[in-house]
Design a protein around this ligand. Structure first.
Ligand code: APR
Ligand code: PHB
Length: 388
């Protein structure tokens, strides 16, 4: 089999890139190791920057998001028992869209099926080869070995994928910081405590009040890295969440049975460069951010923007300029989002060495920020997303 662009991974990166390529008449095939149902069922992030919203509209998959998504003009920082609103729209003229990644994936998968995009699910032992000049991918399906020849390989296979592994020891340089805590997250069919998100700094640890709709809430509390989800009954979760919120919002929390509960580790990670000949790394395959700044999905989108523009230029104008600039351009935005996500994580969470002094310093930084137009604007422009 042959295609122009072989995409490894049917997550948001692979599906968004695939749809833009299909719409542009550039042939592509996605190889995904999981089943379609598994991919469709993943619960992940939920805040879209305007750049991502624009790309979903450009890909022709924005209709349901524009109907059901929740535009948010701001969010609250809670610390020292008080709430402080960050007015994103007043500070930047931009807003964010609250719309679950699960829904984004569903919209992209439905569009791909509708437009005849080829996705090979349950593809085993996917392996990129010879991405210097004549790239190809080998994989197994139903016990049969296959080869897919292509012009380019887009490694959209996430942090644990095969693409980055294929270039380890071939000039790849990685940068990583693992955080000494995790996030215990739940989804519950209860109305959100507030119409916007609340990021809470508390001596007991960080908490986040988010949502998927006006009837489905998403909450997180910081927990020890070695904590076990089995140790957290729903009642224990709700009690801990309310202890970390200012009293007025704690008393407004609607509790109910969790429909999903899990613990995720937090890390900052970047792999450089993001291009190896005709293999290009995209999204989580190349970088990971702690979810505090809601940047993971949005960085995948900006990578896809740069790569799609480069591929369209290659096939349309026979120019390599966009592809040659891909890694540097993507990494420039990635590192700024890494810095913001690291800063927000460092300021909002309780570290083993934070102590009483460190807690006061965090609260002083937040108190300065919410009373400074300059500092609030800096936070807001990073949160809504820096320009592509
Ligand atoms: N072969 C084929 N597919 C693979 C392989 C492999 N060896 N390894 C991983 N995959 C698939 C995974 O099953 C998954 O569907 O690649 C996809 C990678 O998707 P994501 O991990 O979601 O990465 P990405 O598409 O870049 O999206 C980034 O997803 O993880 C969140 O927080 C992250 O919001 C961000 C977004
Ligand atoms: C979520 O809704 O899952 C979410 C929102 C904002 C974040 C992280 C996660 O910063």
């Amino acid at each position: 089999m042959r295609t122009q662009v072989a995409i490894i991974g049917a997550g948001p990166s692979g599906l968004l890139l695939g749809q833009l390529l299909t719409n542009a008449g550039i042939d592509n095939v996605i190889l995904e190791r999981q089943t379609g149902d598994y991919v469709r069922g993943r619960i992940r992030a939920g805040v879209l920057e305007e750049g991502m919203v624009g790309m979903l509209d450009e890909a022709g998959v924005g209709a349901r998001m524009n109907r059901q998504g929740l535009p948010h003009d701001g969010f609250d920082l809670a610390f020292g028992w008080r709430h402080h609103r960050i007015d994103l729209h007043a500070l930047t003229g931009k807003r964010v869209m609250v719309y679950g990644q699960t829904e984004v994936t569903r919209d992209l998968m439905d569009k791909r099926a509708e437009t005849g995009g080829v996705t090979i699910y349950e593809a085993g032992n996917v392996e990129p080869h010879d991405f210097g000049s004549q790239p190809f991918i080998t994989y197994e399906k139903d016990g049969v070995s296959h080869r897919l020849d292509c012009d380019f390989i887009a490694g959209c296979d996430g942090y644990h994928g095969a693409s980055r592994k294929a270039v380890e020891g071939k000039g790849l340089e990685t940068f990583e910081r693992v955080y000494p805590f995790g996030w215990l997250g739940i989804v519950a069919d209860v109305p959100p405590v507030h119409h916007e998100l609340i990021y809470a700094n508390h001596p007991r640890g960080f908490a986040l009040c988010s949502m998927r709709s006006t009837t489905r809430s998403r909450y997180y509390v910081q927990c020890p890295l070695d904590d076990k989800v089995e140790a957290w009954s729903d009642d224990r979760f709700w009690d801990e969440l309310r202890r970390r919120l200012p009293p007025d919002s704690a008393n407004r929390v609607t509790t109910g049975p969790s429909i999903e509960k899990s613990i995720a580790p937090l890390r900052s990670f970047v792999a450089e460069p993001m291009r190896f000949g005709r293999l290009l790394l995209v999204g989580d395959a190349a970088h990971i951010v702690p979810p505090t700044g809601a940047k993971g999905l949005n960085l995948a989108a900006s990578d896809v923007r740069y790569l799609f523009d480069g591929l369209r230029e290659y096939y349309g104008e026979k120019s390599d300029a966009g592809l040659d600039a891909y890694s540097q351009k993507a990494l420039s935005r990635v590192w700024k989002a890494e810095r913001f996500s690291w800063w927000m994580t460092s300021t909002m969470h309780r570290f083993p060495d934070t102590g009483a002094f460190g807690q006061r310093i965090q609260e002083a930084e937040l108190d300065y920020l919410v009373h400074s137009q300059a500092a609030s604007t800096s936070l807001a422009e990073n949160y809504v997303g820096l320009p592509y």
